[in-house]
Design a protein around this ligand. Structure first.
Ligand SMILES: Nc1ncnc2c1ncn2[C@@H]1O[C@H](COP(=O)(O)OP(=O)(O)OP(=O)(O)O)[C@@H](O)[C@H]1O
Ligand SMILES: [Mg+2]
Length: 379
């Protein structure tokens, strides 16, 4: 027992004796004070109980209380409870503080969670913004490139228009003009011709005029295929391929699904022009024998393939062609893009070239199940 405990035990014993002798509130208040002093000195409930025990043993030995032990025990209990009450109060205070602390911890955790959520949300928004900015930059670059392409196309189109006008003027002058001049000379000479040669001269003049008529028709057809408007895409294409095969000696096969007629006007002229340019390229560059032109339906799209068995070319020719302002392939691509179609070029050097175009068909197909409505080789 240390000095403090000894001192407290003495005081406790004195106060308890006084209280048992006369139960006064004032003594109880002192018991409470003693409890507080014990607590301040670092003593716990166990030590207090021991102090009480020691005091009781001593008091019960005293003659004064020997007779009334039961009453002493009861009264001392009230005293003990009062001495312990500061411990009880402190313990309750601890519990309450603990509960408040736990609430505080929970609140802090909740706040942390929502903070974390906020941080995550901001990070996500930041990511989306960065992605959008990146996409915007890409779109800007794309649109600048498209603008540049557009400018280049416009320049090239103007240049081509000029070349085309010159070609038409030259051909009209050299070809149709010459033929008509020859016919007019024949007519002029009719006045002086001998009756026996009159019939032959008239035949010559008629042949020249027929020749001129055919040439004018060919021009008109090439400039705008009227058959396309009058009879539809497939007859116009077939007629064009017939004449092309006759002119070039190429063997051309043509198979087409009737569904192609359900295409819109822009799509039809696009297919026609792509076929025209592809065929012209075959005649100009391919050294081919056979060309297969196929039009088929794949789901909601109409697809055209132009395949030749010529020498084909390396893809870098395509880039060089673009640099040399060659417009055929680029023009085809651009036309197809304008009607939301897709364009594919398969160049296999030594094994032929295939141009494929797929166009969306807005109008539902006219006749279902007639996938091979047309077929045949024009030449
Ligand atoms: N079917 C083909 N077979 C072989 N080479 C081809 C074929 N189609 C295109 N090429 C090659 O691709 C190049 C580009 O073709 P493109 O149609 O763009 O230009 P071009 O025919 O040379 O000129 P343009 O069409 O402007 O009068 C051609 O110069 C040629 O070398
Ligand atoms: Mg070309």
């Amino acid at each position: 027992m240390n000095a403090l405990t000894r001192k407290l035990t003495l005081r406790y014993c004195t106060l308890l004796r006084r209280y048992i002798a006369k139960t006064q509130e004032e003594v109880l208040a002192q018991a409470n004070g003693l409890g507080r002093a014990a607590m301040a000195g670092g003593l716990g409930v166990l030590e207090m109980t021991r102090i009480h025990q020691t005091s009781m043993v001593q008091l019960l030995r005293e003659a004064e209380f020997a007779e009334s032990q039961a009453a002493v025990m009861r009264t001392s209990e009230t005293f003990l409870l009062e001495a312990l009450s500061p411990f009880e109060m402190t313990y309750r205070g601890f519990q309450e503080t603990n509960i408040r602390l736990q609430h505080l911890i929970k609140d802090t955790e909740n706040a942390n969670c929502s903070l974390q959520r906020e941080v995550n949300k901001r990070k996500q928004t930041e990511k989306i913004l960065r992605a959008r900015e990146h996409r915007m930059r890409e779109l800007l670059a794309e649109s600048q490139k498209l603008q540049e392409n557009l400018r280049q196309y416009s320049r090239q189109i103007l240049c081509i228009q000029e070349t085309e006008r010159r070609r038409i003027s030259r051909e009209l002058h050299d070809d149709v003009g010459q033929t008509l001049t020859a016919a007019s000379i024949v007519f002029e000479n009719l006045v002086f011709s001998h009756p026996s040669t009159l019939e032959a001269s008239l035949k010559d003049a008629r042949a020249l005029l027929q020749d001129a008529t055919v040439k004018v028709h060919d021009f008109a057809r090439d400039l705008r295929p009227t058959l396309l408007d009058e009879l539809g895409l497939l007859p116009a294409l077939r007629s064009y391929l017939d004449r092309f095969a006759a002119r070039t000696g190429l063997h051309i096969t043509f198979r087409a699904a009737q569904h192609a007629e359900a295409l819109g006007e822009d799509e039809k002229i696009t297919l026609f022009r792509v076929a025209q340019e592809s065929l012209t390229n075959v005649a100009k560059h391919a050294h081919a024998h056979t060309v297969r032109v196929t039009i088929s339906r794949t789901g909601p799209r109409i697809r055209m393939d132009v395949h030749d068995d010529g020498r084909s070319f390396h893809p870098q020719n395509f880039d060089q062609a673009a640099k040399r302002h060659r417009l055929g392939l680029l023009g085809m691509q651009e036309r197809v893009r304008l009607v939301n179609g897709s364009f594919t070029l398969l160049a296999r050097p030594g094994k032929g070239t295939q141009i494929s175009v797929a166009l969306p068909c807005r109008v539902p197909a006219v006749r279902r199940g007639s996938a091979k409505a047309d077929g045949g080789a024009p030449n």
